[in-house]
Design a protein around this ligand. Structure first.
Ligand SMILES: Nc1ncnc2c1ncn2[C@@H]1O[C@H](COP(=O)(O)OP(=O)(O)OP(=O)(O)O)[C@@H](O)[C@H]1O
Ligand SMILES: O=P(O)(O)OC[C@H]1O[C@](O)(CO)[C@@H](O)[C@@H]1O
Ligand SMILES: [Mg+2]
Length: 319
């Protein structure tokens, strides 16, 4: 193997640049030629590909977003799309790839491996919804952004004795809501993985205000419902001065945290080691603070298991 490609795909995540840098520098140090593929699988199919040097990844470790750009390109789920991508790999002489993205991007990586182009997946998504890794690259940074925002919301909520519903990203995974909720001292956390009782939430908020709390904060995962809808439902159970707030895409931006930069670096280096060993169709992750890899086929059969103890703990501490 002489040439590898790198792409970022799906929703961008802080730390993707740190991962690209680690992959590129480790590969160059191992004597490989490295090609950046812009715009995920869309750029692969379009041949938007360029040779990278060590300097290409200079000044990138601290930057949010992905300088390789990202895309959602559903056409790559079809064989025709994949074959067009392979034509470009042949044209550029790229024999193997590192794909940085979420579960959807892993499907593309597995298809390429099946076509004879080893691909290793790195979990780059704020959602933390990838199996066989305790943390995805970007999750910690997104939680930091969420708690910064919630801390500010708390200031204004307290000034006005208001209840705020704060909707955080995470698609169908409640991890951001749980971690940001615990870290910001939320009065309630509402996630897709657990049923909720609106009466109980309203009673707890009322009790909290009666006990001397100056605000109520509900951290709501986007996979449950919108903040506005939740607020309207809540108002059927109590006469709150309530406001709805959706953090949205701001959670995907900003400079990556130490944890995300270091995680991205460790995973990026390991991905290249696996390619050098002639391996493909594997996803790397961190489990119990150890860098691991699992077959993507195995991964697709598994579900991400969030740390539900956080949810239970918060119910006790919010009283
Ligand atoms: N079944 C599939 N086969 C081949 N390629 C796929 C498949 N599913 C998704 N992809 C490719 O991966 C891209 C990213 O997938 P998706 O939009 O699900 O995001 P993701 O990687 O899961 O990241 P995130 O959920 O964090 O946004 C798709 O736009 C498509 O190009
Ligand atoms: O950027 P888009 O296409 O609006 O997608 C938003 C989705 O992507 C994520 O930010 C990352 O998967 C989710 O949290 C969110 O549901
Ligand atoms: Mg996904």
């Amino acid at each position: 193997m002489k040439r590898i490609g790198i792409l970022t795909s799906g929703g961008d995540a802080p730390g993707m640049n740190a991962a690209v840098r680690a992959v590129a520098r480790k590969a160059l140090d191992s004597g490989l030629e490295v090609f950046g593929i812009n715009y995920g699988y869309a750029g692969l199919v379009a041949g938007d590909i360029f040779q990278m040097t060590s300097a290409t990844v200079a000044d990138k470790i601290n930057r949010g977003g992905t300088f390789l750009y990202s895309a959602r390109y559903p056409e790559f789920a079809q064989v025709e799309g994949q074959l067009k991508g392979i034509e470009q790999l042949e044209k550029f002489g790229i024999e193997a790839l590192v794909v940085i993205g979420g579960d959807g991007s892993y499907h593309g990586a597995l298809r390429l491996t099946e076509h004879g182009y080893n691909a290793i997946g790195l979990p780059g998504t704020i959602d933390n919804d990838v199996p066989y890794t305790d943390f995805t690259i970007g999750f910690d940074s997104a939680c930091r952004t969420a708690i910064d925002a919630i801390d500010k919301i708390r200031d204004t909520a307290s000034s006005h004795q208001r209840v705020f519903i704060v909707n955080v990203m995470g698609r169908n995974c409640g991890d951001i809501a749980m971690w940001a909720g615990v870290a910001s001292g939320a009065d309630a956390i509402v996630i897709p993985e657990r049923d909720y009782d609106m009466q109980e939430i309203a009673d707890n908020l009322k009790q909290g205000l009666a006990n001397g709390k100056s605000h109520g904060i509900v951290v709501l995962a986007e996979g449950v419902m919108s903040a506005e809808k939740f607020k309207d439902e809540l108002l059927k159970y109590g006469d709150f001065d309530a406001r709805a707030n959706t953090l949205g895409h701001m959670m995907r931006g900003g400079s990556p945290t130490t944890q995300d930069r270091v995680l991205a670096t460790k995973l990026g280096v390991h991905a290249v080691e696996l390619l050098l060993d002639g391996k493909g169709g594997l996803a790397v992750g961190i489990e119990n603070n150890k860098i691991t890899s699992h077959s993507m086929l195995e991964l697709f059969e598994e579900k991400h298991h969030g740390d539900m103890s956080l949810y239970d703990m918060n119910k006790v501490l919010a009283k």
